[in-house]
Design a protein around this ligand. Structure first.
Ligand code: C5P
Length: 402
């Protein structure tokens, strides 16, 4: 909760500014009061009217506004807050902060403040990775500015990579952390598996599953964001490790199982990995040569079932074990059967038939199958599925502890 905390939100000019409207709502829901500065570029993306309707206050836009200066003054504006949040923090705002420029209301308030500052960067991937931006970020970290995100993902400009602004709930968690507020999963440990496994045929070939790892990574990030000590055991993916998560990289199902067992005991385990069901019986030590007229025959043998192993471990079983079920038909029915077969507590089931675009995509419609029944969530971004699941895990573990 953020009761009585005063936040000065600076909204920079980026497409992510629309998420800042939701951020205002989420902060106020938790009891914070929010005052907003909208930069000139920010006003190209969201209107002052939307911002002021959500803050319930006027919007501050102009450094040389006589009324504003008479009423409160730009120095007072930043002094009156307990925390300054810049979201979206554009490359330009970050550069101004790093060099101490003050040529508009936002940069002046940032220079005039003696309060902690949290920024949520959002920009094109190349701008984020540019040495100039990275230099500026390093400078801000030296200046004790806190950072949330940016996240990896598809960008409005059509590219993929780091640069997406953190989601509103992630920013809220960072705001809570900045105030040292106890987080919902402080003291809880979590294990998450994600991505595919890769089973070698010979030194250059392998069999694997289709899996981007996006949902599992988002879950690990959401759990860590709520304070859980989170270990992510991941097969090969192209994703960046979420903030605050300890990632152990593995390739095969056997390595994944060993890494999971090494991470125990934990309070909760979430198995989101697409583990290959089979591996090659005898992996060749040398590359198998193509020989005229002959095809190699591969004998497959079964891989360990990591979810089942964790769910049936007796005394070292995590208190809450969650599996996933990717189905293409009779989703809930199959998920119920899978829950019984695997011995886990919840199954997060989703329809992955090609028409849904779930595989590799950013959205998901899931059903949570537990002893209590079936809960169906609306279609959500994978990051929001992760945030909601982390909240549900927190409520369950707290309820169990009470
Ligand atoms: O049996 P199926 O692969 O459909 O089950 C999916 C669930 O089981 C997922 O949670 C997945 O992470 C987990 N699983 C596992 N080890 C395997 C196969 C699946 O942990 N070998």
């Amino acid at each position: 909760m953020l009761g009585s905390k005063r936040i000065l939100l600076i909204i920079g000019g980026g497409i992510a500014a629309y998420k800042s409207l939701d951020l205002i709502r989420r902060l106020r829901e938790r009891g914070a009061s929010v005052r907003a500065i909208l930069t000139r570029a920010g006003a190209e993306f969201v209107t002052p009217l939307s911002v002021s309707s959500l803050t319930g206050d006027k919007v501050y836009q102009d450094l040389f506004s006589l009324t504003d200066e008479a009423e409160m003054g730009h120095i007072q504006l930043s002094r009156d807050a307990d925390l300054l949040v810049v979201a979206p923090a554009t490359a330009d705002l970050i550069a101004k902060m790093a060099t101490g420029r003050a040529d508009d209301l936002a940069s002046t308030a940032l220079l005039a403040t003696d309060k902690p500052v949290l920024i949520a960067p959002a920009m094109n991937v190349r701008m984020w990775l540019h040495p100039a931006t990275q230099r500026n970020i390093a400078q801000l970290q030296t200046d004790r500015v806190s950072l949330v995100g940016p996240n990896d993902g598809d960008m409005a400009c059509g590219e993929f990579g780091p640069g997406r602004m953190a989601e509103p709930l992630e920013i809220v968690a960072a705001v809570e952390a900045a105030f040292g507020a106890p987080r919902l999963l402080d003291g809880i440990s979590a294990l998450v598996t994600a991505g595919p496994t890769l089973e070698p045929i010979d030194p250059v070939r392998f069999i694997s599953n289709r899996s981007s790892g996006k949902q599992g990574y988002a879950i690990a990030g959401a759990l860590a964001g709520l304070g859980a000590k989170t270990t992510l055991v991941s097969g090969p993916t192209s994703l960046a490790t979420p903030q605050g998560v300890n990632r152990i990289a593995v390739e095969t199902a056997h390595e994944m199982l060993a890494a999971c067992e090494g991470a125990l005991p934990t309070d909760v385990a979430v198995c989101a990995a697409a583990v290959a069901d089979w591996r090659i019986d005898h992996t060749a030590n040398q590359k198998i040569k193509k020989t005229a007229g002959g095809l190699p025959s591969l004998k497959l043998i079964e891989n360990p079932d990591i979810l089942h192993t964790l769910a049936t471990r007796g005394t070292s079983r995590p208190r809450l074990v969650i599996g996933f079920a990717a189905e293409t038909e009779k989703v809930v029915e199959h998920a119920k059967a899978k829950r019984a077969k695997k011995g886990c507590d919840w199954i997060v089931a989703n329809d992955v038939s090609p028409a849904t675009g779930v595989m590799g995509g950013d959205e998901n419609t899931v059903h949570i199958v537990s002893a209590a029944g079936v809960e169906t969530w609306p279609k959500l971004a994978k990051r929001d599925v992760a945030a909601k699941l982390a909240q549900k895990i927190a409520a369950h573990l707290k309820g169990a502890a009470a």
